[in-house]
Design a protein around this ligand. Structure first.
Ligand code: GDP
Length: 138
């Protein structure tokens, strides 16, 4: 099965919609193989979003991601990467399809409720960023 990383971002945790998001994950056939509630350090957030370091919003993105607790979740499913991105919807909730997580719960293009890996390779790299091998259940 393919792996992908979900992060329930600080805006969604602050709004107390993490339960609804986890229910949508389960209702859509994803297996949760690892999950935790953590406060990211600035160093961790910078490292996780390193690919965006030349983008004008990098500083804002890092500050947002450390503004409160987040919930990284390793998801598994056939076609997990594409199916998770479909369920979360477009980066900007204004452009996201009806019924997607971002349409339902995101505040804006920056405070957009959840993260999703963008490739199979990044699904593995990103789940391993948050979880040690022994933290994944079979
Ligand atoms: P994603 O793959 O849909 O998450 O989108 P991207 O990889 O393009 O961007 C990564 C994250 O950066 C997004 O999920 C947003 O949280 C944030 N982001 C994207 N565009 C902007 C922007 O224009 N301004 C700010 N502040 N944040 C943004």
């Amino acid at each position: 099965m393919q792996k992908t990383l979900c992060i329930i971002k600080p805006d969604a945790v602050k709004k107390n919609v993490q339960g609804s998001i986890i229910q949508m994950i389960l209702d859509n056939g994803f297996k949760i193989s690892a999950m935790k509630l953590i406060q990211l350090s600035e160093e961790q957030a910078k490292k996780f979003y390193e690919v965006h370091k030349e983008r004008p919003f990098y500083g804002e993105l890092v500050n947002f991601m450390i503004s409160g607790p987040v919930i990284p979740i390793a998801l598994e499913k056939d076609n997990a990467v594409a199916d998770w991105r479909k369920l979360i919807g477009a980066t900007d909730p204004a452009e996201a399809d009806a019924g997607t997580i971002r349409k339902l719960f995101a505040n804006s293009k920056s405070e957009n409720a959840v993260h999703g890996s963008d490739s199979e390779e990044n699904g593995i790299i990103e789940t391993n960023f948050f979880f040690k091998p022994e933290e994944f259940v079979k």
